[in-house]
Design a protein. Structure first.
Length: 647
């Protein structure tokens, strides 16, 4: 049993929702030791100080005990209310809270709920000045009331639920205070709110003289109902303002901003000539009804130009190379353009002079002129000259070998480092690539030129031929039509010779091309032979092939034909055990036969009737079939084949 010695000061309850009484009984099950109860302070007993009572607790078999309960004047505070806002900010909902204050009444030590059995409390909330009013569901005024219900520690958190919000009205400061006669208002129960007009964001910008740049700003609030933003240049002789890219600039413009939107755009236009010897600045001021006026500096600098798209190396036979001249704001070191900016609306197109320092090395081409010095225009609203000669642009025409410097210039523009480009013109080359050919064989090669002479440095080792059927010679001439760049020729290795030979290609107007051709000992192998035939099966046709062997001579890396101008190759094919299997040609059947590989061919004929060879399996056993000829390597993997004849 728990009993209050003075129920006019404090009551006891078993839970948060039961009104308190003088005493309660709390039943504990066997094994339990802890119990809970609620202490309820009686209203008004501590209006001028504190009140105390003793709570006594007793239970059969236990020693009775007691403790003092102190009842103090409760306190209230405000939380969730911002200390600064703007006249266009939305209402700011906040709550009033109740609890036990600290000794100095500066804050609540602990939140405590309105007791069960008591009544909801009504709190008056006031705003000290017309800078802001208070909003509840039934009332909007500088003084309203909200309730904190039984069992609650604070007022509702939204106006719709019965709470309160602060509505900023005008610039200034006001103190929002929560009060109730029975509660002490702690320091945080009176909150000073500063109301100001929302600002307008405007930032600085750098623009080239005679150029223009898109820019933007923003309002500090969106629920303005729709406003006209006025943007003004303090010195229109330095920079002007325009609403878009196609309208000539003016001293001032008005930009409508619909309700709910905050951003606005405008163009800054630098006036021509104001920064020829340095920089010029002016202030842009922005204002709108209900907003704080703001300003930002606009800096006008001497504009720059550069060249882009021009290759730094080309050949005397390369096509004309179109390129463009661009304008914008240069970096501090005048090495490149930090940003492209267009010729301003209301200005005039600019004429840029483009020169080649050596017109004999390379000249400049426009739609009306071909010379060492030409002009191109960059139009109003454009950031560069046209990208093709047909559209009014410029191209570089390489003429002779050497170097020339192409420069773009204009009196009012700084030519940055990239506005001067050195172009090196050389004769085009002829590309030849290395190849490996077997002695007595030939191989096709493909590469580029015009009317090309191809020469072998050592015709006793390697020859050159224009096609697969012409015997090779020391040199040949390959004529190419205009527009062609590739040509073909055959490299022929001379029989019985090996070594490295240099092939050179020459053509008028081109740099010579050369490469090495390596002549190696050729090799042969067997292909198509069934290694597991059955006794009495039909003759098994196979072929002997020739080509270039791999480094370990185990197989052919590449098939190559017997060269034109050479002789047909006779190959001996043997079976090590002609009882197990014999070889069959059109003229002979036995353990050893010969077959030929014709000029221009890479292998023996593919039928016995045409001069090829076949294997005839006779009895069960193994035999080795080998192909070989003088001057050729028999590859170890495929030039010697073991055949197992099975029943």
């Amino acid at each position: 049993m728990i009993t209050s010695s003075n129920p006019t000061v404090a009551l006891v309850a078993p839970d948060a929702s039961t009104p308190g009484t003088e005493s309660i009984i709390v039943s504990l099950s066997d094994g339990q030791t802890s119990f809970v109860y609620y202490v309820q302070g009686v209203e008004g007993v501590a209006d001028t100080g504190t009140a105390t009572t003793t709570f006594t607790v007793s239970a059969p078999g236990f020693t009775t005990n007691s403790a003092t309960k102190t009842i103090v004047r409760p306190g209230l505070d405000i939380t969730g209310l911002g200390t600064s806002t703007t006249t266009l900010s939305p209402d700011d909902a906040f709550v009033v809270r109740v609890g036990v204050p600290n000794a100095g009444l500066t804050f609540l030590n602990e939140l405590q709920a309105i007791r069960a059995g008591g009544n909801p409390i009504t709190v008056t909330v006031t705003s000290s000045s017309p800078a802001g009013q208070l909003v509840t569901t039934p009332d909007t005024s500088r003084s309203v009331t909200v309730q904190i219900g039984v069992g609650a520690t604070q007022s509702p958190s939204s106006v719709a639920a019965g709470g309160v919000a602060f509505d900023p009205l005008a610039e200034g400061s006001t103190t929002v205070t929560a009060s109730n006669p029975a509660f002490a208002t702690v320091t945080n129960g009176a909150r000073t709110v500063t109301v100001s007009a929302p600002g307008i964001n405007l930032s600085p910008l750098t623009v080239g003289a005679g150029l223009q740049r898109f820019w933007s700003g923003s309002l500090g609030a969106s629920n303005h109902g729709g406003v006209d933003v006025v943007i003004t240049s303090d010195d229109p002789a330095v920079a002007q303002v325009a609403p878009d890219a196609t309208t000539p600039g003016a001293t001032s413009i008005t930009v409508p901003v619909p309700d709910g939107q905050t951003s606005f755009v405008y163009y800054v236009q630098g006036v021509e000539g104001v920064a020829d010897t340095g920089t010029a600045t002016t202030t842009f001021t922005v204002s709108a009804p209900g907003f704080t006026t703001n300003s930002a500096t606009k800096t006008i600098v001497r504009p720059g130009l550069d060249i882009t798209g021009l290759g730094t190396s080309t050949t005397t036979l390369s096509p004309d190379d179109p390129f463009v001249v661009r304008v914008g704001v240069p970096n501090a070191g005048l090495t490149f353009l930090n940003e492209l900016q267009a010729i301003r609306a209301g200005g005039s197109p600019i004429t840029v002079t483009v020169t080649s320092s050596s017109a004999t090395v390379g000249q400049l081409v426009t739609s009306t002129l071909t010379s060492g010095s030409v002009t191109v225009q960059i139009g109003v609203g454009g950031t560069q000259s046209p990208s093709s000669v047909a559209a009014g642009g410029v191209a570089f025409d390489p003429l002779t070998t050497g170097s020339t410097t192409v420069t773009a210039s204009h009196p009012a523009f700084a030519t940055v480092t990239n506005g001067t480009r050195t172009v090196t013109v050389s004769a085009p080359g002829i590309n030849l690539s290395p190849v490996t050919v077997g002695a007595g064989l030939q191989r096709l090669s493909n590469h580029g030129g015009v009317d090309v002479v191809i020469t072998s440095s050592n015709p006793t080792v390697a020859l050159v031929a224009p096609d697969a059927s012409t015997p090779g010679t020391e040199s040949i001439i390959v004529s190419l039509s205009d527009g062609q760049t590739t040509f073909s020729y055959y490299v022929q290795g001379v029989e019985g010779q090996t070594g490295t030979v240099t092939f050179t290609a020459r053509a008028s107007g081109f740099t010579d091309g050369s490469t090495t051709k390596t002549i190696v000992q050729p090799a042969l192998d067997i292909s198509g032979l069934n290694l597991n035939p059955t006794v009495g099966a039909a003759d098994d046709l196979f072929v002997v092939r020739v080509g270039v062997p791999n480094g370990s001579q185990t197989f052919l890396n590449e098939l190559q034909a017997i060269r034109a101008g050479g002789s047909a190759l006779t190959v001996t094919v043997t079976s090590s055990d002609d009882v197990v299997g014999q070889l069959v040609t059109s003229t002979l059947t036995g353990g050893s036969v010969t077959v030929q590989i014709a000029v221009g061919a890479t292998q023996t004929p593919s039928s016995v009737a045409a001069g090829g060879v076949a294997f005839d399996p006779l009895t069960v056993g193994s035999t080795t079939v080998t192909a070989d000829t003088i001057g050729f390597i028999t590859t170890t993997a495929n030039g010697v084949r073991t055949v197992n004849v099975v029943p």
